[in-house]
Design a protein around this ligand. Structure first.
Ligand SMILES: Nc1ncnc2c1ncn2[C@@H]1O[C@H](COP(=O)(O)OP(=O)(O)OP(=O)(O)O)[C@@H](O)[C@H]1O
Ligand SMILES: [Mg+2]
Length: 324
């Protein structure tokens, strides 16, 4: 049975074919040329918490929120929170921190744990492609999430969560502000869990801060977790003389994504050279290249959407403390 419907720009609902992805296609016409892009798409979660290596604090902070959905009766009825609090499903979790540390994976794992689908929305895409068509399509997105039993996940949500522009200088600013304001209303009225992923945001919009029950920080893995990540990402059947203890000890400041990429790159090198195993040195060379390219990128001061600000700055936004 299809889990959702495709809604085209004429507003006609068409049932999905059985093997079709559940997707919402938005058609836009510019200069008489019809272009179509998939803006959002509900899917079955691809990961569970077993697939993810997390710090205890990060894991606990997430599980604390999920209890709201798993132990409602205990909380609201038995413990009487229903008398003092609104018996709501409404909560937001902001997964924030370093790139490549598992934030998107965790969004899937949360949906998986709650037995829901996930509707991942790339917010940066909304702002670049969607401005001007806002309200109607945003409303249909929230309807679609309900219909497809999905948890909405705003990925790359830095701009959404940031303070809105107050002195608007041009029509794009006005449009972007409208998009965010419409979304704010929709998010506030939506009685369900909503997930956000962001990097370090320097200037949160207070309206969103109120909606978010937990800000969960994703740090780079420590040595113990690096060891687990190397172990996890090197397939058991791979012929190799790799010494993961050395890799974990020697190379810090790397993310899970860096480790995954290094394993892949090392394997490519060994395959190209027709080696009978993936030698330890290839892993070292691969992770060193990744570390070097990240350093080069930082040095160039490349302006990307992944703006990282210091912890001090984040603290200053939260009255001297890091958000839990
Ligand atoms: N904590 C982790 N445990 C296991 N694998 C990880 C972890 N973090 C990253 N990875 C690996 O890196 C890949 C990218 O992770 P993911 O997309 O979840 O990171 P992210 O924090 O969302 O990054 P970005 O900020 O760039 O969006 C994963 O598919 C996985 O292979
Ligand atoms: Mg991500």
């Amino acid at each position: 049975m299809p889990l959702g419907k495709r809604i085209n720009s004429s507003g006609i609902n068409q049932p999905l074919q059985s093997n079709e992805k559940i997707s919402e296609k938005i058609n836009t016409s510019a200069n008489d040329k019809e272009t179509s892009f998939t803006l959002f798409q509900a899917e079955k979660p691809q990961y569970s918490f077993e697939d993810i290596i997390l710090n205890r604090d990060t894991y606990d902070a997430i599980q604390d929120v999920l209890v709201l959905y798993e132990k409602r009766e205990l909380l609201f009825d038995k413990w009487g929170l229903g008398n003092t609090q609104k018996k709501q499903n409404r909560a937001g979790i902001n997964l924030y921190g370093y790139p490549g540390t598992g934030k998107s994976m965790v969004a899937h794992a949360i949906a998986n744990q709650l037995g829901r689908n996930i509707l991942a929305v790339d917010y940066s895409q909304i702002e670049s492609k969607y401005v001007g068509e806002t309200s109607k399509n945003l409303v249909s997105m929230f309807d679609y999430a309900k219909e497809s039993n999905s948890i909405i996940f705003f990925d790359e949500a830095d701009a959404l969560l940031s303070r809105r522009v107050t002195n608007m200088s041009n029509s794009t600013d006005v449009s972007v502000n409208q998009t965010r304001s419409v979304l704010l209303v929709l998010i506030n009225d939506f009685d369900d869990l909503i997930l956000f992923a962001s990097n370090f945001i320097s200037n949160y919009d207070p309206a969103f801060i109120r909606r978010i029950l937990a800000h969960v920080k994703f740090d780079l893995p420590d040595e113990e977790n690096r060891l687990k990540l190397w172990r996890m990402h090197i397939p058991q059947q791979m012929p190799t003389d790799v010494d993961i203890k050395t890799l974990a000890e020697k190379y810090n400041g790397v993310s899970g994504a860096d480790i995954s990429n290094a394993v892949f790159n090392a394997s490519l090198r060994a395959a190209r050279l027709s080696e009978d195993k993936v030698c330890h040195i290839y892993f070292e060379e691969a992770i060193e290249r990744i570390i070097q390219s990240k350093a080069d990128n930082d040095n160039l001061g490349t302006l990307t959407s992944k703006r990282v600000v210091s912890e001090e700055y984040v603290k200053s936004q939260f009255g001297g403390r890091l958000p839990k």
